[in-house]
Design a protein around this ligand. Structure first.
Ligand code: NAD
Length: 518
């Protein structure tokens, strides 16, 4: 087979929906997504909104309202009212609700995962995996009675002791993206409330159903009303949260341009802000890498979740001899990926989120080809039987030197892997360093020396060594750098506890002479 053959990805077989399924679906009333404010499910005050379409079928599944500043005002008021009692609730009691939530989410994992597939399009396996990551964050936050402890020192001067205690901030907010509807709210929610804060969550308006279901599960834990609130909508809701004087801190995950806006406006309003932004992740494949393992892992990273992961590899830099062997192996793997509806057994890659995203990705591929890229696998023509209206893009592999093109810095956020050759590891590292993003980078090699050099020199916050998705576990910070992160403290683990607490230092004098008074 020639190296620059144009190939197409495999298509999923005809869908196995029964007539009954279709009828049940057609007769189901359109779900109106509601806000959850002060323990009550309420309709938004806003008119209009977004019709949500199942990305695999193009069918309408729900309607998400355009929330308003009035919705935000009501949610912040409910959160502020709940705060005094919640912060006085002992941490040991606060985490009992999280233990219950963990149990409930584990029990309903499959059902919630199906909701994720319906609104986001990823495969059922991917949806289950993201919820597993969410569960892990709940588990870590259950350690708050230990994690939230301060420190102290006796006799900082004669008879004087000093202690540092951590206190919750008050009302905090989390604004989340479409690509992990279950996991990303759980990067923040468990830590925020375990630390004694009350929270307003603004899920992505493109995938609000998962957070609504999580809200129902939280409700079942008996969590006091107003400790967690959900407001749906888009830009207006975000801006109202950024401007609200009672919101003390903002956690944001999404694209870099919006991250910049959120960081600037939130900080200007005196809030503590952490913003995880977009990415353009590189892997470097050295000639001594295990080819079979590397190809499988890089393929999972590039095409898993249809490339819509902030840790997805977008560029594979092949060093020296690796260029030929890796290109061929990757082409074979990419064309074997079964594209289809994420709920259908056997599907390995689902659709992208919207028709607009699909078109944007197809345009990116076109631009790459126009700028001289070699098409190794072209996923533009992929068709899925029985899913004519789904937003599918097949796995695509392009090869060339993209550094001087728009593609080098564009976050494609779709199943497109570009292959770029480099002379040696130094050149590969320079390429990564020139990229404005710094979310993640990985190396595939059997050399410890090369791996250490990579880990030491690469300016990215999440590093993988023979790992394709260098996703930190819940007890480590999710450490994007450069244009992939704005702020100081990251999400998850100990950083989350730092972020959601204020430190208070108390200096006490208790002269020993006073002991004669008792
Ligand atoms: P997005 O930036 O479009 O939206 C994120 C959130 O911001 C949503 O809740 C949305 O309602 C809100 N928003 C959108 N436009 C806004 C505006 N103009 N003003 C105020 N708020 C606005 O991101 P997305 O498309 O939902 O998610 C994909 C992006 O998220 C990608 O760039 C991806 O890399 C990034 N992401 C990053 C991480 C990370 O950890 N760094 C994780 C997941 C996703």
């Amino acid at each position: 087979m020639r190296n620059n053959d144009l190939r197409s990805a495999k298509q999923a077989p005809l869908c196995a929906c029964s007539l009954e399924d279709v009828l049940v679906w057609a007769l189901k009333p359109m779900e109106q997504v509601q806000n959850w404010i002060g323990g009550r499910w309420t309709a938004s005050a806003g008119a209009d909104g977004l019709e949500l379409l199942n990305p695999a079928t193009g069918q309408a599944i729900a309607h998400c309202p355009n929330g308003t500043p009035a919705d935000v005002g009501a949610a912040v008021e409910a959160a502020a009212a709940a705060f005094p009692a919640w912060r006085r609730t002992p941490p040991q009691e606060r985490i009992q609700y999280l233990f219950k939530l963990r149990g409930l989410l584990a029990a309903h994992l499959d059902e919630v995962a199906r909701t994720i597939v319906r609104e986001n399009g990823k495969t059922l396996g991917e949806a289950r995996a993201e919820l597993q990551r969410g569960l892990e964050n709940i588990e870590v936050a259950c350690g708050i009675p230990t994690l939230m402890q301060g420190y102290n020192l006796e006799d900082v001067a004669s008879g004087i002791d000093e202690i540092m205690i951590r206190q919750p901030l008050g009302v905090v907010a989390a604004i989340t993206p479409f690509n992990f509807p279950g996991m990303i709210p759980l990067w923040f929610l468990p830590y925020a409330i375990a630390c004694g804060n009350t929270l307003v969550v603004k899920p992505s308006e493109r995938v609000p159903l998962t957070m609504a279901r999580l809200g129902e599960l939280i409700e079942q834990t008996g969590l006091p009303k107003g400790v967690v609130n959900i407001v749906n909508g888009g830009r207006d809701v975000v801006n109202a949260l950024l401007d609200h004087p009672q919101v003390r801190a903002i956690s944001f995950v999404g694209s870099t341009p919006v991250a910049r806006h959120v960081y600037a406006r939130g900080s200007a309003n005196g809030k503590r802000v952490q913003c995880q932004g977009g990415a353009k992740n590189h892997v470097v494949v050295l000639p001594d890498a295990d080819l079979e393992m590397t190809t499988k892992i890089v393929s999972d990273s590039a095409f898993g979740c249809a490339g819509q992961r902030c840790l997805a590899v977008s560029v594979a830099v092949t060093v020296g001899e690796a260029q030929h062997s890796f290109r061929e192996a990757m082409a074979q793997t990419a064309i074997g990926i079964q594209v289809g509806d994420g709920l259908e057994p056997g599907t390995q890659m689902g659709p992208v989120i919207t028709a607009q995203s699909q078109q944007r990705i197809l345009d990116c591929i076109g631009k790459g080809l126009a700028s001289g890229a070699k098409p190794i696998v072209d996923g533009r023509g992929v068709k899925v039987s029985g899913r004519d209206h789904g937003y599918f893009v097949g796995p695509t592999v392009l090869e060339g030197n993209f550094e001087s093109t728009e593609l080098a810095t564009t976050e494609i956020f779709g199943p497109v892997l570009t292959l770029t050759p480099a002379r040696d590891l130094d050149e590969a590292i320079d390429m990564i360093a020139r990229n404005p993003y710094g979310n993640a980078a990985s190396i595939f090699t059997s050399s410890g020396v090369a791996a250490r050099k990579f880990r030491y020199e690469v300016p990215a916050g999440n590093i993988g060594v023979n790992i394709g998705i260098a996703a930190p576990m819940a007890y480590f910070p999710f450490s994007g750098w450069k244009d992939s992160f704005l702020g100081v403290l990251h999400g998850q683990g100990r950083d989350a506890v730092e972020f959601y607490t204020d430190k208070k230092v108390v200096v006490e004098r208790w002269p020993s002479e006073w002991s004669r008074r008792f």
